[in-house]
Design a protein around this ligand. Structure first.
Ligand SMILES: Cc1cc2nc3c(=O)[nH]c(=O)nc-3n(C[C@H](O)[C@H](O)[C@H](O)COP(=O)(O)OP(=O)(O)OC[C@H]3O[C@@H](n4cnc5c(N)ncnc54)[C@H](O)[C@@H]3O)c2cc1C
Length: 242
């Protein structure tokens, strides 16, 4: 007997949770101070907040990157597969993603919110985006919903006929949500943020797609809470990864 048709869900938000971490400004300080103090550096971590801020700023400004590597943050990210495709270009990170071979993919798809700009203007490398009309939003919503519902129904028909998940998933669009753990250190995270967050005043402004930027901004907020001096120095030095 055929399974009941699954309820297809549409979402427009990405979610990020910080699930594990060993990351603090003191991790940068003890690593940097070994240059001059050898193995005594762990004894002096809490000393002199002003000098600590100054040292982190100096390391960031002069791009001494390795002291920013002695820490770790693991995020659980839920986003459409097209976001993960961009995300996983960032090789200095560790990834584990849910499998479309070993589990049935859930019918959760991305649909842009009304706030998401729809129309691209400008030239390659420096596009800007402006709001769509009501007609364009209705068109985007209708097309995405139709294609996703049809694709998922097709996926289910194949599963119900005994076709393997790894074959049946070929009909599913990149708008389907996936989930992954990604682990980065502050240095690789800064490289990621420098490219995936657009901030006026950055030394090298980037023009990321809105959906990955939404993920990156959540990661930046979580990281800033763990390593406030490092985050402050990153912003002050023009968001250039050291
Ligand atoms: C706005 C935007 C548009 C993009 N458009 C495209 C596109 O059209 N097509 C496309 O293919 N990609 C595109 N990308 C992806 C981009 O080219 C990078 O692959 C991605 O941003 C990851 O950057 P990364 O290599 O610095 O990161 P990571 O892979 O995390 O690497 C971090 C740093 O490690 C070093 N590193 C890592 N691997 C190597 C290596 N093999 N050799 C030497 N040094 C290494 C580099 O210093 C690098 O900056 C785009 C990215 C952005 C932000």
């Amino acid at each position: 007997m055929d399974a009941e048709p699954a309820e297809v869900e549409f979402r427009s938000e990405m979610t990020v949770e910080l699930v594990r971490h060993s990351a603090a400004d003191s991790d940068v300080l003890f690593a940097a101070r070994v240059s001059t103090q050898g193995d005594k550096t762990l004894d002096h971590i809490g000393e002199d907040a002003g000098r600590s801020r100054g040292l982190i700023n100096y390391l960031m400004r002069d791009r001494h990157g390795s002291p920013f590597e002695h820490n770790s943050m693991t995020f659980f990210v839920s986003a459409p597969i097209f976001v993960f495709r961009e995300f996983m270009r960032h090789r200095i990170a560790s990834y584990n993603e849910e499998s479309g071979r070993y589990r049935e993919l859930r019918p959760v798809f991305y649909r842009p919110s009304h706030e998401r700009p729809l129309v691209q203007v400008g030239k390659p490398g420096a596009y800007t985006f402006v709001p769509g009309s009501a007609e364009q939003h209705a068109l985007v919503t209708g097309e995405i919903e139709t294609v996703c519902r049809d694709a998922y129904a097709s996926y289910r028909r194949m599963l119900d006929a005994g076709v393997a998940r790894e074959v049946a998933r070929a009909v599913l669009p990149l708008t389907i949500y996936s989930s992954m753990y990604v682990t980065m250190n502050a240095r690789s995270l800064m490289n990621f943020l420098s490219l995936r967050v657009h901030e006026e005043g950055s030394t090298f402004p980037s023009f990321p797609q809105a959906e990955i930027e939404a993920v990156a901004r959540q990661m930046e907020r979580l990281w800033a809470g763990l390593m406030p001096l490092t985050h402050e120095a990153f912003v002050a030095q023009g968001r250039v990864a050291p």
